[in-house]
Structure formats: C-alpha cells, structure tokens
Design a protein around this ligand. Structure first.
Ligand code: DX5
Ligand code: ZN
Length: 220
C-alpha cells in the first residue's frame, strides 16, 4: 500500500517569516505544500493570491497542492499552472460545469482535485470520480484555519472510499480541516490518503517533529 501523505497548510505559517517556514517544510518529512486561496466571496475570508504563491513556488521543493476556495475557478486555471501549481483543487459547489473544469486543469498539465464542503454528499461525484485525481473532503467549513474537526467526516471517507473502489478509480482522498494526532489514525483507517494540517503543525513548538510524528501515526 502506498504511503499516507502529510500536507502542511501554509495558511497557518508566519507570513513575516514565510521563507523560513517554507524551508522548514522542505527539510521536514512533509510530502506536499497545501496552499489555500480564498476570495472573500466563495468563503467569508481572503487569504492571499498570485504574488504570494509565486514567492512560495520559488522556494518550495515539494508538490504544490493548491486549494481554490473561489468562485469561477475556470478563469484562473492557466495562471495557477504558470505559478507552479502541481495539483489544482476546485470546489464542487463553485463549478457549474465540473467535468469541463477538470479537463481544463489536466490540459494545463496539473492533477485535478475536487473539494466537497461538509454538507455536500460524496455521491455527487458518482459520474466524475474517474476523472478526478484527488478529492478533498472538508472536515471544517472552509474559510479559516484552526476550527474543530467535524466528526461526520469519518462516514464520508468510508462512503467515498467505497465509491472509488466500486468505480475502479485511482483517486486519492485528502482531509482538510482540524486534523491532529487525535483523528489522523481513524481517518487513514477509513481510507484517507493525504492529511492537511495547518494549526496543528504551525502552533506546535517543534514543527518538524510534529510533522514527522503525524506521518508515522498515519502510516502505522
Ligand atoms: C480551511 C483551509 C484549510 C486550513 C486548515 O478553509 O482549507 O486548509 O488551512 O487549517 P487547520 O489545520 O488549522 O484546520
Ligand atoms: Zn485547504
């Protein structure tokens, strides 16, 4: 079985010391950089945009996993490819023509991800799952770091894993929001492949150790 991956969320980094925190992730056991782009319309918060992602890309030495929490994501697919995004995740709730959007992401050479809000049933992906490289299950309502994990996520992981297997898809399952050492093992046991962790990593006193221990726990 392939390794379970850890993706620290840069949203929780110290933006006045961004290069230091990027280097910390580079040197750590983390697998991906998780980058949260918020537009203040799809979600009630604005994070950061293109110039900041450009600066991150310049230093990041691992897969860049971009999570778009924006309306009309199609308008920016090409731009995010140019900025170094390896995986581009759009929200199901923000896409009128999801199938077309997925093809457009792949046409730019990126892997295509779809995020589902906590209220969105996994069955909405029944007809697109074979076109999706990554499903990001939101385990908090998107918009802010540091929120509490929603327990119903375990059921959603189980349902999504069953859907992926039934359809013979190779889609990875990512969990985003409130991930800690308290829920990591149960999430991977249910079928999760990638764990995003923001506050849990960056608020800890020994960030590389927190990443390392989380990765060991996820693969135990
Ligand atoms: C929330 C973002 C998350 C966030 C996770 O809208 O999509 O990626 O950074 O942060 P924590 O791990 O603090 O819940
Ligand atoms: Zn995210």
């Amino acid at each position: 079985m392939s390794s379970k991956l850890i993706a620290p969320s840069v949203l929780a980094a110290d933006f006045a010391n961004l290069q230091r925190d990027i280097e910390m992730i580079n040197q750590s056991d983390a697998d991906w950089f998780h980058i949260d782009i918020m537009d203040g319309v799809f979600v009630p918060n604005i994070s950061f945009g293109m110039p900041v992602l450009k600066a991150i890309s310049k230093h990041a030495k691992k897969t860049i996993d971009v999570h778009l929490m924006i309306v009309e994501p199609d308008r920016y697919i090409k731009t995010f490819a140019e900025l170094g995004s390896n995986i581009l995740t759009v929200h199901y709730e923000a896409c009128t023509h999801l199938h077309r959007t997925l093809q457009a992401i792949k046409a730019e050479g990126m892997q295509a991800g779809v995020a589902l809000n906590p209220h969105t049933n996994v069955n909405v992906l029944e007809d697109t799952i074979n076109d999706i490289d990554l499903v990001c299950l939101m385990s908090v309502n998107p918009g802010f770091g540091g929120q509490s994990f929603i327990e119903n996520t375990y059921n959603k992981v189980t349902q999504l894993k069953a859907l992926i297997e039934r359809k013979g898809a190779s889609t990875k399952i990512e969990i985003d929001g409130g991930v800690t050492n308290k829920n990591a093992k149960q999430l991977v046991d249910a079928g999760a492949d990638v764990l995003v962790a923001g506050s849990y990593v960056f608020k800890s006193s020994d960030q590389p150790k927190t990443i390392k221990d989380l990765r060991i726990l996820a693969n135990s």
